[in-house]
Write a protein that binds this ligand. Structure first.
Ligand code: DAH
Length: 344
């Protein structure tokens, strides 16, 4: 028995010297001195011994326990000191920066899209979506852009390789305007919707043209809607997205599906209207097309065009994003260059 205590002591002390941090010191304590530790089980075994032997062994085991307790305390102190010494002598450079995790972010176009949607939602519009692959009917015909209408030339269309009766009549939508028709077909006034989405055109790319762009279509139809509602709504949008002090200019423009049609421009936020590179010396920057929904379209939808009127607008989100941040080339958005994207 005495031999066993000796062996315990030797092995325990050897392992204690090897324990060099707090976790291994704690593991050592559990192994040797814990409730189920080696020494405790020796003490438990004493009950089977004759009384005389038990007394001697008990005393020896208890003094070993005390010895190991104080050896542990000593070693804990030592380990603590060693750690402080390492820090003080500079062997461990706590000033070395750790490895930072790279955090993702939203694409600048997505950020602008969400901000614009939020502006309209707070004015009472709901968000709906429509298909990116569209029929010729919704993309053109229903919007009064017939087969030989010159407006088709302004939208270099990507046709999908499907024919009906020998005609290619499925397209990648060139704008979000087909959703004016889709929404009116399915619902009755009052209507207030915004429709975000990707649009596609067969563009030769340059600093202001991409073959894919993001648009938001705006549509409100109700009794008594007038041009001043259109202006008020778009004016509020311009102030929220481009700043309180922006001036807004409406000018006549032509789009087959509205009457009258108007383009909206804001005074250039770079030069304040004096004329600069961003605004091409104009002082004004065009941001969207808009107008009063054509009465013929309202009638085609089965609405009483004497009773109901509506306004519509189409916004190019890349354009708005470029103006907001002073980005000079639209192609940067989809070039996937992290040096560009990280700035937003
Ligand atoms: N869809 C047109 C385009 O992409 C923009 C547009 C103009 C939309 C006038 C409208 C509108 O809703 O009223 O060129």
């Amino acid at each position: 028995m005495i031999d066993e205590l000796k062996r315990i002591e030797e092995q325990a002390r050897a392992e204690l010297v090897a324990a060099a941090d707090e976790a291994s010191l704690e593991a050592w304590r559990v192994t040797w001195l814990g409730r189920k530790g080696r020494l405790t089980s020796v003490l438990r075994g004493l009950t089977d011994l004759p009384i005389e032997k038990r007394r001697r062994m008990g005393a020896a085991a208890n003094s070993l326990k005390q010895a190991l307790d104080s050896a542990l305390a000593l070693r804990q102190e030592q380990v603590q000191k060693e750690r402080l010494a390492i820090i003080e002598t500079g062997r461990l450079d706590v000033t070395l920066p750790g490895r930072t995790k790279r955090i993702g972010r939203l694409h600048p176009v997505t950020q602008t899209l969400r901000d614009v949607l939020a502006a309209f939602v707070s004015m009472g519009f709901s968000i709906v979506e429509g298909p990116e692959v569209e029929s010729d009917y919704y993309n053109f015909e229903a919007l009064r852009i017939g087969k030989d209408h010159p407006a088709r030339d302004t939208m270099d269309t990507l046709y999908v390789d499907i024919t009906h009766d020998g005609e290619y009549d499925v397209v990648m939508r060139t704008h979000t305007s087909p959703n004016q028709v889709r929404v009116m077909e399915k619902t009755r006034p009052p209507i207030r919707v915004v429709v975000p989405g990707r649009c596609y055109r067969n563009e030769a790319t340059d600093p202001t043209h991409e073959w894919m762009q993001t648009q938001i279509e705006l549509l409100a139809v109700d009794e008594g809607i007038s041009l001043s509602d259109l202006k008020g709504t778009l004016y509020e949008f311009a102030k929220r997205i481009f700043g309180q002090e922006r001036k807004v200019r409406f000018r006549c423009d032509y789009f087959p599906f509205v009457e009258p049609g108007a383009e909206m421009a804001i005074d250039c936020m770079i030069c304040g209207g004096a004329g600069c590179r961003t605004c091409d010396g104009e002082g004004w920057i065009e941001v969207l097309g808009s107008g009063m929904v054509h009465p013929e379209i309202l009638s085609n939808m089965g609405y009483d065009a004497d009773r109901y009127t509506g306004f519509a607008a189409g916004l190019g989100i890349e354009r708005i994003c470029m103006l907001r941040y002073g980005i000079e080339d639209i192609r940067l958005f989809y070039a996937n260059d992290l040096r560009f994207l990280k700035q937003f």
